[in-house]
Ligand binder design. Structure first.
Ligand code: M6R
Length: 597
């Protein structure tokens, strides 16, 4: 999604800091980029569609102390140079993340006052609104306060005006924005990663903050407090390159054994102590898991784990639905939000909804400096390190691992018997090695070469295998652009089986022994209609006339089996996308951190 960088500091550094900062935000997904800076009392704006390299070709490394930069992920108006940021109106130049919901109404009002608009964006309207407010108040802070009162929706702005040289303003609501500083420099960014190579001194702006940055001076106008609270950035989550891998996604797939090890190792060393550190769940009679995309899929697995092994009812909700629906929860409900980025707008809104109603909230989150991590009552960090590829792999696996631990803690609370948990922990301990070996032995390249040209690929499974198929299907479609659907195996014949044609690839996951036979008979149904059937299993399947290819995953305790089952699907999606020549780490139209609803 959109990214913001702002800088006020040393002449010779400004432009390169803006570009480097934007590069650090590239992984979030964008379709155009731009910068603006003040130079000899003039404003220079340079914009470009496509990758940052296109922008870099247009930019000269001029000396200037103040600049702002932006990567845009189109929401209002197509991806083109005109619609990309920075936008200007009158004396105002700004970049914006978020969505101004009432921009049409404001645009009509401003047009009556004589403003003309060049773009299709909501952002240009915000620029005009602030310019108009500045004209009447002659004071930028007053103008921003008026904008804060009238603009509906979400925003993080970095702004300067022609009348105040070397002064940068910012304002935020529901879109992340941080300040950074060194002795002689001030920074603004939508994600600390953009400025982490220049400063570790960070101040997270609160909702509704307005900030004025001048040489070595920060003026913060907040609702509650007016002093910036500086923190030292934890550099754990910074990008350390592809480490020899062709893509971040591949690197992240191969990092998964270490990710699991990092989470479970403390539990192996001192289980009593580590389980005590987890929140006490005993008072909860119901759990609601709320998330988006892959994180929603981990919620489905979490539901299966908790309901099957701890017999507590769990509801799993898509955050964009949950935030607007009537929700049934009470003091005995725990709301668990799951998010890699910790900034997903709908998940954050769902968390805030529960917090507002004084319901206990727990966040499973990777970026521990994120808004979700800061606002949840309890947090369990994923400890997955920075995940750069848009398609999540290691964060998904870390979420499954944490749900396994939550399940074990619930079991422990119910029986107070550590003896029951110890054998499970020893199975857990073997998972990193099993994943390593699985990754070494997988023959997904061969299968990918047989199916990558198809336009439709289906995934079948029942129960927990179905939950994993949903993630497998999402992984494939998001990076290879192949249409794909995951189906509960028994449901296919209620309509979708009509799409199965001669050689349509159907991947079935068969590891849940309790309903294995049922899934197999559904596989036979698609095979009878000509499907190219690939079975992923940890079982020795006796009769094999219903599969054209096999992928074998190792077995483990059924509670942890889903953690192994997703691995071949991640690698297969990667291999297919590679053969199709896709931009694997930055798939089209997608963003890593979805900060708008
Ligand atoms: O940062 P989050 O975990 O909250 O993100 C949620 C989804 O946007 C994310 O999982 C998305 O579905 C991924 N692209 C899937 O690979």
């Amino acid at each position: 999604m959109c990214g913001i960088v702002g800088y006020l500091g040393k002449q010779e550094k400004t432009i390169s800091i803006l570009i480097t900062g934007l590069k650090a935000l590239e992984y979030r997904g964008y379709d155009s980029a731009g910068i603006a800076y003040q130079k000899n009392n003039k404003i220079k704006v340079i914009k470009s569609v496509g990758r940052l390299e296109q922008l870099e070709k247009k930019v000269k490394l001029e000396n200037t102390v103040l600049g702002i930069g932006h990567t845009r992920w189109a929401t209002h108006g197509k991806a083109c140079t005109t619609n990309s940021h920075p936008h200007q109106s009158g004396n105002i130049t700004l970049v914006h993340n978020g969505i101004i919901e009432n921009y049409i109404e404001l645009k009509q009002m401003l047009e009556k006052k004589g403003y003309q608009f060049q773009t299709e964006t909501d952002t240009e309207v915000a620029a005009a609104f602030i310019d108009d407010a500045l004209k009447s108040s002659k004071n930028m802070i007053k103008a921003l306060k008026k904008a804060k009162e009238k603009l509906k929706g979400s925003y993080a702005f970095a702004i300067f005006n022609d009348l105040e040289p070397d002064t940068l303003y910012a304002m935020k609501k529901e879109s992340p924005l941080v300040l950074g500083k060194t002795e002689e420099e001030l920074f603004l960014a939508s994600d600390p990663m953009a400025i982490s190579s220049y400063t570790k001194e960070i101040c997270y702006l609160n909702e509704g903050s307005i900030v004025k940055l001048e040489k070595n001076k920060v003026t913060l106008i907040e609702e509650k407090d007016t002093r910036p609270i500086w923190k030292t950035l934890n550099i754990e989550n910074c990008n350390n390159g592809k480490n020899g891998y062709a893509h971040y996604m591949l690197k992240e797939i191969y990092e998964q054994p270490d990710v699991i090890y990092n989470i479970i190792n403390p539990f192996l060393k001192d289980p009593e102590m580590e389980f005590k550190k987890l929140p006490n769940f005993s008072k909860y009679k119901k759990i609601q898991i709320v998330a988006c995309g892959s994180a929603y899929h981990t919620g489905l697995v979490g539901k299966w784990m908790i309901e099957t092994y701890a017999s507590i009812p769990v509801e799993v909700e898509i955050a964009s639905e949950y935030r607007y629906k009537k929700v049934f929860y009470d003091k005995k409900t725990l709301v668990i939000v799951v998010s890699q980025s910790g900034e997903t707008a709908d998940t954050l809104a769902s968390l805030r909804k529960a917090n507002k109603d004084h319901i206990d909230t727990l966040a499973l989150v990777n970026v521990i400096t994120s808004t979700i991590a800061r606002e949840a009552k309890y947090i369990l960090p994923l400890k997955a390190g920075s995940e750069i590829a848009v398609a999540t792999t290691k964060a998904y696996l870390a979420q499954l691992t944490l749900f396994s631990l939550i399940t074990l803690k619930l079991k422990l609370e119910q029986s107070s018997n550590m003896e029951e948990i110890i054998p499970l922990l020893s199975a857990f301990q073997k998972l990193p090695l099993k994943i390593k070996k699985l990754l070494e032995n997988l023959k997904t390249k061969d299968i990918a070469s047989k199916i990558y040209k198809h336009n439709d690929i289906f995934f079948l499974g029942r129960s927990i295998d179905y939950a994993i198929c949903m993630e497998a299907s999402l992984k494939l479609k998001e990076i290879s652009y192949i249409h794909s659907e995951a189906y509960a195996a028994g449901e296919l014949k209620h309509g979708t089986i009509s799409l199965i044609e001669e050689k349509t690839p159907v991947l079935s996951l068969v590891t849940d022994t309790s309903i294995q036979e049922k899934t197999i008979s559904n596989i036979k149904e698609v095979k009878a209609r000509g499907a190219y059937s690939i079975v992923v299993t940890n079982q020795k399947l006796e009769e094999c006339d219903y599969c054209d290819d096999f992928i074998i995953v190792p077995s483990t305790e059924p509670l942890f089996q889903p953690i192994l089952n997703i691995i071949p699907f991640q690698l297969l999606a990667y291999e297919i996308a590679l053969l199709r020549g896709c931009d694997i780490d930055k798939p089209k139209n997608l963003a890593k951190s979805v900060t708008v609803e």
